[in-house]
Design a binder for this molecule. Sequence first.
Ligand code: IPE
Ligand code: IPE
Ligand code: MG
Length: 239
Amino acid sequence: MEMIIPQHVAIIVDGNGRWAKSKGMPRNYGHVRGAKNLERICEDAWDIGIKYLTVYLFSTENWKRSQEEVGALMQLFHRYAKTSLKTARDNNMRVRLLGDPSAFDEELQRSLQELVDSSKNNTGLNFQIALNYGSRDEITRAVRRIGEECREGLLSPQSITEQTIADHLDTAGIPDPDLLIRTSGEQRLSNYLMWQLAYTEFYFTTVPWPAFTKDDLMKAIETFNHRDRRFGGIKKEDE
Ligand code: IPE
Ligand code: IPE
Ligand code: MG
């Protein structure tokens, strides 16, 4: 039987800290290696035939971590935004941001915007990075904008559909994920893509993010292939 490759894979890249600790290293070492692994997995995903990859890099709750760790992560994002500029160009990747970047310092906001703008016509992997992202925050911001549009008379409350809401989310125009992967053993969503994951298959692995390889990605896809995918009633292949 031929393997079905999910069009859109979302990943909660978890376990950087624990992975580093297991090596007797500081948490930040795990974040650095985790960031490196992101570059690799983008190439692997594209090789495999995945068209959209969405990764969770910093949640709206992650500000509650120690000042030291948040500071180190911000530094890492600065560097990551710069190197990604080049990898996006080399690999023809289109990068989009999910989340609210307004909480970041201006320089980081600028380089993230540059990354998005400079890659917007690329036709390779669609790579979404969720930074200062939380599903509840995303939905709240969407509702606010819908409210504004109603007040301005551009929209009437009666005409609001599921599509209206989807169109106001940060993922507007991006198909829903087919497969969600969470690394490092935890089995929760941690405020990730709650609207978008309504019919997504979930795959949990104990492998920590910095150690997650192309083989691990293939294993997740194989498992996905053995699931009986149902969309609220009938199996897709019965349609
Ligand atoms: C995921 O790794 C990366 C971020 C949330 C920034 P963690 O930092 O959550 O690592 P663990 O889960 O504590 O091991
Ligand atoms: C989820 O991981 C957020 C990211 C991977 C960015 P966390 O490690 O922050 O989530 P919890 O705290 O275990 O739920
Ligand atoms: Mg974690």
